[in-house]
Design a protein. Structure first.
Length: 253
């Protein structure tokens, strides 16, 4: 087994889970949250690069800190999740630029899929599947919460708990996805396949499966193009997903 195979395995599972999560984010009209949380991961990545430990682990630790802070502030203020994510986003971006080594900054921003190890691939499979099943369990309840918190309460749904689980799922996918596309582009990996699928699909089932398939295809084709051209896989992955999006506009049902 070699690094290319580990990269493909990571891409398949992370791309699929990102597309699935993205379908919920767009339905909730929170598409930019994934992009903002990608930047929240930057200080953790910077510390990981400085101290020589796993970049995804470093990103997740800081993301976990960030979402706990967002969740706590959400319970104490009347501000929306999007507003609080924006505040943490700019703080993390500034801090990340200060502590990330200059030589490693490009890798942190656009990813380096060539460094995926067997352990990284196993973690990607396990955690992506975990996110898939968690999001599947809360999907309908999250949509109800976004429509009306009062209606959610009437149906005995704890909105704050659902939001925390939702943010945690995003954090896991962002931490995994930065290996593929970096912190700068991770939002696009979550948003664009789901947006394309929304244009192609005629019902919710098609929309969800389309987002998963397009997420997988974008990552896999991005890696294949990386092997052919030598250009970074992260930007190529996003360009592939944009290609699908443009086609979805042409063939929109």
């Amino acid at each position: 087994m070699d690094t290319n195979l580990f990269s493909l395995i990571t891409a398949i599972f992370v791309g699929g889970a990102a597309g699935y999560l993205g379908s919920l984010m767009i339905t909730k009209k929170m598409a930019l949250v994934g992009d903002a949380l990608g930047h929240v991961a930057l200080p953790g990545m910077g510390l990981a690069l400085l101290w020589g430990f796993n970049v995804s682990a470093g990103a997740f630790v800081f993301l976990l800190f960030g979402i706990l802070l967002i969740w706590l502030m959400e319970t104490k203020t009347e501000l929306s999740t999007e507003t609080l994510v924006g505040v943490i986003f700019v703080f993390s971006l500034a801090l990340g630029f200060l502590i990330t080594p200059r030589l490693d900054l490009i890798e942190a921003l656009v990813g380096d899929i060539s460094r995926v190890s067997l352990a990284d691939a196993i973690a990607a499979v396990v955690l992506s599947l975990a996110v898939f099943f968690v999001v599947r369990k809360i999907y309908q309840r999250m949509i109800l919460v976004s429509l009306s918190e009062d209606l959610a309460v009437a149906n005995r749904i704890n909105a704050k708990k659902m939001n925390f689980i939702y943010l945690l799922a995003i954090a896991v996918i962002v931490a995994l996805g930065i290996r593929v596309v970096g912190s700068l582009l991770i939002g696009a990996l979550v948003i664009v396949p789901a947006a394309s699928s929304r244009n192609f699909s005629q019902n919710m089932r098609q929309y969800i499966w389309g987002a998963i398939i397009l997420g997988i295809l974008s990552c896999v084709l991005g890696i294949l193009l990386f092997n052919l051209t030598g250009f970074p896989a992260g930007p190529l992955t996003i360009l592939v997903s944009i290609f699908f999006f443009l086609n979805s506009l042409i063939f929109k049902k």
